[in-house]
Design a protein around this ligand. Structure first.
Ligand SMILES: [Zn+2]
Length: 225
């Protein structure tokens, strides 16, 4: 809550310099009623023309939202948000991108919103402890892993198990993922257990389908006898 207040106050401080972009909640409501009025009069003032050129009112359930006026009717609406709403909108994008930085948030937000500023994103990110921690994490620079290049289909395949025990489907608790290294062709099989016999049964079935690979690699999630 504390962050939200800091964030909002900071946006209000820049409002004077950013009047064409930032909209306080009160003004948001005013613009909507001005727009509705402007649409109904035949002789419009230049301010009314300005509003009609920039905005459109979109009825969303029982509330009215401001969107950017569209050139084509099938364009996805770009919503204007008030200063008061901006924190929640940015927060959602930040969380959705896994505590993403500015660019990830920009990518997420420009699809849907018309007036989120870069300054607001930078500010939000500076308030997030998780993001700061993430940035300080040491990178693995310097460690170069030589990639394994496969030339042919079936020269190398990989098998892994995905643990689905917390979301089992009936008797099935694991997903076996079999993937050809070159083509990335992938076969999925449900397993009831990690038992070698069950894994071998499914592997044999895949080998009979695609042919056996020269090398079969796996993490030591299970042992194949
Ligand atoms: Zn964060």
């Amino acid at each position: 809550m504390e962050h939200q207040d800091t964030f909002r106050e900071s946006l209000f401080k820049t409002y004077e310099d950013n009047k064409r972009v930032l909209i306080p909640k009160e003004e948001y409501g005013t613009i909507i009623s001005e727009l509705l009025q402007a649409a109904s009069v035949s002789k419009k003032t230049s301010h009314q023309y300005y509003l009609l050129k920039k905005y459109k009112v979109l009825q969303c359930g029982d509330s009215e939202r401001l969107i950017r006026r569209r050139v084509h009717a099938d364009e996805a609406p770009l919503y204007f948000v008030s200063i008061e709403e901006t924190f929640d909108v940015v927060k959602r994008a930040h969380i959705a991108t896994g505590h993403g930085g500015r660019d990830k948030m920009v990518y997420e937000l420009t699809k849907k919103y018309a007036n989120i500023t870069i300054e607001a994103l930078n500010l939000f990110k500076s308030l997030c402890l998780e993001y700061q921690k993430k940035r300080k994490r040491p990178t693995t620079k310097g460690i170069v892993v030589k990639p394994i290049i496969s030339k042919d289909f079936n020269s190398r395949a990989q098998v892994d198990l995905i643990d689905m025990q917390s979301m089992s489907q009936g008797q099935f608790k694991w997903i076996m993922v079999y993937q050809d290294h070159l083509t990335k062709f992938c076969v999925l099989r449900p397993l009831t257990s990690k038992r070698a016999a069950e894994v071998a049964f499914q592997l044999l079935d895949i080998f009979l389908l695609l042919g056996a690979p020269c090398v079969l690699q796996s993490d030591n999630l299970f042992r194949i006898y």
